[in-house]
Design a binder for this molecule. Structure first.
Ligand code: SAM
Length: 445
C-alpha cells in the first residue's frame, strides 16, 4: 500500500509551487546529489548535501531582500548561499559546525591573498616537486590511515601524499589552504574504489575517473584560480564569512544581527552523517585519526539527525525542553511512542525514538536564535525533507513550521519541490511511505 503524504498544520494551499518560489526540477539541494561540479566555486569540492547554486540565486532574486542586505545561513555547509549572496551584491553570515567544510566555505568567501594567476603557477610548481619527491614517499605509505591506503593504487597514493606533505610543510606559501582544497577535491577523482557519496566503500574496486593525480590537481587549481579571478574582476565590495560553530549556541550568531534574509537547509532527519560522508578527506589530511576523534572533533557540534548520534540522556532532556510547545511537544511525544513500539518489535532495532526529540529540540534553539537575528518582515527560506523511519511518517517541514510560529515567524508558504526516496522503491524491506523535499517560507513578525 502506498501511503500519501499526511497533512500537517499547514494547509494544502500552501503546498503549491508558484512564481515567487519556483520548484526546482531536480533537487533544491543539488541536482544529482551535491553541489554542482561545473559552477564557479561549487566545483572546488562536491559537497553531497550542497545546494544547487543557480536555485539559491533564483530564490534570493525572488525574495528581493533589498540591495546590499545581510543574508544568513545557520547550516552554511560548503557556502553555496554565501557565494550566491555575494554574487547578488549582498553580505553574508553563515554558521557551520563541520570544521573542514566550514574552512572550505570561508575559503570561497574570503579575499584571495594575491593574484589568482600566482596560485595557478604555484600549483604547477608544487605538482612538479611532488612528482620528484614521490619515490621517497613510497616507503612511508604504510603510515597512512587504513582507509587512505585502501582507496588508491600505491603509485597514485605516493604522489598524493608527497603533494600533501609539501603543502603541509608550507611550500604553497599564502596559497596553502587553496592548494589543500585543490588536493582534497582530487582525492575522489583518482580513487580506485567506490567513493561515491555519501559512503566510501574501500572494498569495492572501480576504474579511477582520472589516472594522473598531479595533472588533476593542477586542473582543479586552475579552475579555482579562474573563479577567484572572475570574483576579483567583479569588484564586489561586500562582507561574507562563515563561523565555525554550533548554531544552537547563541554565541555563534555574533555577526548576524539585523539579517534581512535567510536561505538554508538543515540536516534531514535520518538522512546521512556529514562526518562519515567526509571520512576520506578527514583521514587523508590527518584531521582525525580514529572514530573517537571523528566524534569529538567533527560530530560533537552537529544536530542529532541519525541514530549513531543519540543518547538516552540527550533524548530525555530534549523531551523536557519541547514540553513548553504544546502542539509540537505532543506531536513529538506521539512519534516517539510509535517509534519505541516499532523498535521493540525488532531485534536490536535502531533508536529513532531518541533522534526525534533531540532533533526538534535543536530546531527550537536554532529558530529562536534565528528569530533574534532577523529584522522584522525579513524572509526565511528553509529547504527540508520529511522522513519515515520504520514507516512512521515524520512531517519534519510541518513541525519546523509549527515551531517557527511559536518563536516569532509566520509560515507563508510550504511547497513540495520534489518527491524523494524512489531509489529504494524496489526494496521490499523498506517502508512504502512517499517522501518529499519541501520549501518553507517564513517571515519574521
Ligand atoms: C543540508 S547541509 C547544508 C549544505 C549547504 N546548504 C550547502 O550548500 O553546502 C546541512 C549542514 O548543516 C551542518 N550542521 C549540522 N548541525 C549543525 C549545527 N548545530 N550548527 C551548524 N551547522 C550544522 C552540517 O554539517 C551540514 O553541513
Amino acid at each position: 500500500m502506498r501511503v500519501l503524504i499526511q497533512d500537517s498544520s499547514v494547509s494544502d494551499a500552501l503546498r503549491r509551487s508558484d512564481d515567487l518560489l519556483p520548484a526546482e526540477p531536480g533537487s533544491g539541494r543539488g541536482r544529482s546529489h551535491g553541489t554542482s561540479s561545473k559552477e564557479a566555486f561549487d566545483r572546488w569540492f562536491r559537497y553531497p548535501a550542497g545546494f544547487a547554486s543557480d536555485y539559491v540565486s533564483t530564490l534570493l532574486e525572488n525574495l528581493s531582500p533589498g540591495p546590499g542586505s545581510l543574508i544568513v545561513d545557520p547550516f552554511a555547509g560548503s557556502g553555496v548561499t554565501g557565494t550566491a549572496a555575494r554574487n547578488a551584491g549582498h553580505s553574508f553570515f553563515g554558521i557551520e559546525t563541520h570544521p573542514l567544510i566550514a574552512e572550505l566555505a570561508n575559503l570561497k568567501l574570503q579575499v584571495a591573498p594575491g593574484s589568482p594567476k600566482s596560485f595557478a603557477k604555484a600549483a604547477s610548481s608544487l605538482a612538479k616537486a611532488a612528482e620528484q619527491a614521490a619515490p621517497s614517499t613510497a616507503g612511508t605509505l604504510r603510515e597512512e590511515a587504513d582507509l587512505t591506503q585502501r582507496c588508491f593504487e600505491p603509485d597514485v597514493l605516493a604522489r598524493l601524499v608527497s603533494l600533501r606533505n609539501l603543502i603541509r610543510a608550507g611550500h604553497a606559501d599564502a596559497w596553502g589552504l587553496y592548494a589543500k582544497w585543490a588536493l582534497l577535491g582530487t582525492l575522489r577523482d583518482v580513487a580506485s574504489v567506490r567513493v561515491g557519496w555519501p559512503y566510501q566503500r574501500p572494498g569495492t574496486q572501480r576504474q579511477p575517473r582520472f589516472t594522473d593525480p598531479l595533472a588533476r590537481f593542477v586542473q582543479r587549481a586552475t579552475w579555482m584560480a579562474e573563479d577567484l579571478q572572475q570574483e576579483a574582476a567583479s569588484g564586489a565590495d561586500t562582507y561574507a564569512s562563515v563561523t565555525h560553530g554550533d548554531s544552537r549556541d547563541p554565541a555563534a550568531w555574533k555577526g548576524a544581527d539585523g539579517a534581512q534574509g535567510c536561505v538554508a537547509s538543515p540536516p534531514y532527519l535520518n538522512n546521512f552523517d556529514y562526518a562519515d560522508a567526509t571520512r576520506l578527506e578527514l583521514y587523508f589530511w590527518g584531521d582525525v585519526t580514529s572514530w573517537a576523534d571523528m566524534c569529538s572533533t567533527v560530530r560533537s557540534g552537529m544536530v542529532t539527525a541519525t541514530t549513531q548520534q543519540t543518547s538516552v540522556g540527550a533524548a530525555r532532556e530534549a523531551t523536557l525542553k519541547l514540553a513548553r510547545f504544546t502542539n509540537t511537544g505532543t506531536a513529538v511525544e506521539e512519534l516517539t511512542t510509535q517509534l519505541q513500539a516499532e523498535r521493540s518489535k525488532r531485534n536490536r532495532g535502531k533508536e529513532y525514538d531518541r533522534v526525534i526529540p533531540d532533533y526538534f529540540a535543536a530546531m527550537v534553539e536554532i529558530l529562536e536564535n534565528l528569530a533574534k537575528s532577523m529584522a522584522t518582515d525579513a524572509p526565511v527560506v528553509w529547504l527540508v525533507g520529511d522522513s519515515a523511519p520504520y514507516g512512521v511518517y515524520v512531517d519534519t517541514p510541518g513541525l519546523i513550521g509549527q515551531i517557527s510560529e511559536h518563536v516569532g515567524f509566520s509560515v507563508e508558504k510550504d511547497i513540495v519541490l520534489r518527491r524523494r526516496g524512489q531509489r529504494w522503491a524496489t526494496n521490499q524491506t523498506r517502508h512504502d511511505v512517499e517522501l518529499s523535499e519541501r520549501l518553507i517560507l517564513l517571515r519574521r513578525q
